[in-house]
Design a protein around this ligand. Structure first.
Ligand code: UD1
Length: 418
């Protein structure tokens, strides 16, 4: 277990560069199974989730090497499509491998997926999408096995724009015979990044970033060198860190266009936001103003993965804010932890009512999931005194050494390995 000791009260200032997006790296790593040639992934972040995914690929027989932020994967030597239990439980995204493995080996087995404890996360849409392409499933002993004689293109109507199901469907459809039309697809930038990667490898995916994606299946696919897009959630988290400490931080090597919904909310809180082609600077001088209606929804609306961090900021707002979580049903675990730090909030179903307080104080709190941990770190930076965050290793799943990054901006975070 890792604990973080956060000492509050310092205004953050300076510049911080953002690493590649975890949620793009994971499906792109899953896609390498489709290409039995070396693939070079630049800006591939050294996060524990990404390293776990690399390890899963190794257990399938692939060669995976990291040098700095570049990962080279060669799946030519991969021999089978059976995923290891313990590792796959840790990474929910191992489920993406079902689509690419069944496309490569005609058979794939995976344990039911793991990941963050943010509610019941079913995989019915993944299974539906793959079954439309001809895949059949058998279940038992906590595992699900997929098999197919021949993947065949089809019309797939998703009745909810699931990010993972959209990615899984694309990963199998690129190798199907004929055309697949995916309607009701998720529009997240990480899906566009996956499609761009696949197209760079010679596959044919059109319309990613819109609700209708058309995929012309083919048997080819060749090695490529590809740069993963910047992490919009990390970008947003560091901007909120500047806002909560009334600091001034420039987040660089990123794309402000990916976080439009967050930027307008931060401006409504009274923060000054300046955007540049590949950077964004936030300056805050006062307590944030309240936001009376924030709802998480699929992209391009406000991201669920930034909800906990915004919640922390609104905990010190001048008035009462309301956040409704529309994506996951159990994503307010930070609320009770923030209360330990003096925040005032009430959860009614999927809605949080947050009464802003003048100041938070340090406390012993638990990072129940990745974004909950990030939110508590931000709250700790703004609080009076010291905050101890238990299970802070969960933060490492999505942020590359966030403690070091915050220290470089003048904040105080100490890591304690227990
Ligand atoms: C991805 C992101 C995660 C983000 C989420 C929503 C990755 C690795 N993770 O997760 O960080 O919070 O998108 O933006 O990219 N659902 C079903 N059936 C399914 C699949 C999903 O009911 O088969 C439901 C889920 O329970 C959830 C909602 O759909 O309530 C959204 O899930 P989904 O978009 O699939 O998110 P993930 O791909 O798991």
């Amino acid at each position: 277990m890792t604990n973080w000791l956060v000492t509050g009260g310092k205004r953050l200032s300076g510049e911080i560069a953002v690493h590649g997006a975890k949620n793009a790296a994971l499906p792109i790593l899953a896609a390498t199974v489709l290409i039995p040639e070396p693939v070079e992934l630049k800006n591939c972040p050294p996060l524990s989730d990404v390293e776990d995914m690399c390890e899963i690929l190794r257990t399938l027989g692939a060669s995976v090497r990291r040098s700095g932020d570049t990962v080279t994967v060669d799946t030519a030597s991969a021999t089978h499509g059976t995923l290891p239990d313990a590792l796959s439980h840790r990474v929910r995204s191992s489920i993406f491998l079902l689509g690419s493995l069944v496309a490569r080996f005609s058979k794939a087995c995976a344990p039911y997926p793991g990941g963050c404890e943010i509610g019941n996360r079913p995989i019915d849409l993944h299974l539906y999408a793959l079954s439309r392409l001809g895949v059949s499933f058998s279940e038992g002993d906590g595992r699900i096995c997929a098999s197919v004689d021949r993947l065949t293109g089809a019309v797939i109507d998703l009745d909810y724009p699931s990010v993972g199901a959209t990615e899984n469907a694309i990963l199998a459809a690129v190798r199907a015979e004929g055309e697949t039309v995916l309607r009701g697809a998720a529009c997240e930038p990480e899906i566009t990044d996956l499609a761009n990667f696949l197209n760079a490898c010679g596959f044919c995916v059109h319309g990613a970033g819109t609700p209708t994606i058309v995929i012309s299946g083919q048997s080819g696919g060749h090695g490529v060198s590809y740069r993963i897009l910047p992490d919009r959630i990390v970008t947003g988290t560091y901007l909120i860190a500047a806002a909560i400490t009334r600091g001034s931080v420039a987040v660089t090597e990123t794309d402000p266009a990916l976080i439009g919904a967050l930027l307008s909310k931060l401006e409504a809180c009274g923060c000054r936001v300046e955007t540049f082609p590949d950077a964004v600077r936030l300056t805050a001088t006062d307590r944030p103003k309240e936001l009376v209606s924030v709802e998480t929804r699929p992209y391009p609306a406000f991201a669920t993965d930034l909800q906990a961090q915004l919640f922390a900021l609104l905990s010190i707002a001048t008035g009462t804010s309301v956040i409704t979580e529309r994506i996951f049903e159990n994503r307010f675990r930070h609320a009770a932890e923030l209360k330990r730090m003096g925040a005032q909030n009430e959860i009614i179903g999927q809605t949080a009512i947050i009464r802003g307080v003048k100041a938070l104080h340090g406390a012993r709190v638990t990072a129940f999931d990745l974004r909950c941990g990030a939110a508590l770190a931000l709250a700790g930076l703004a609080a009076e005194g010291e905050t101890e965050i238990l299970y802070a290793e969960r933060i490492d799943r999505g942020y590359d050494r966030m403690d070091e990054a915050i220290r470089a901006l003048g904040g105080q975070i100490q890591r304690k390995e227990l």
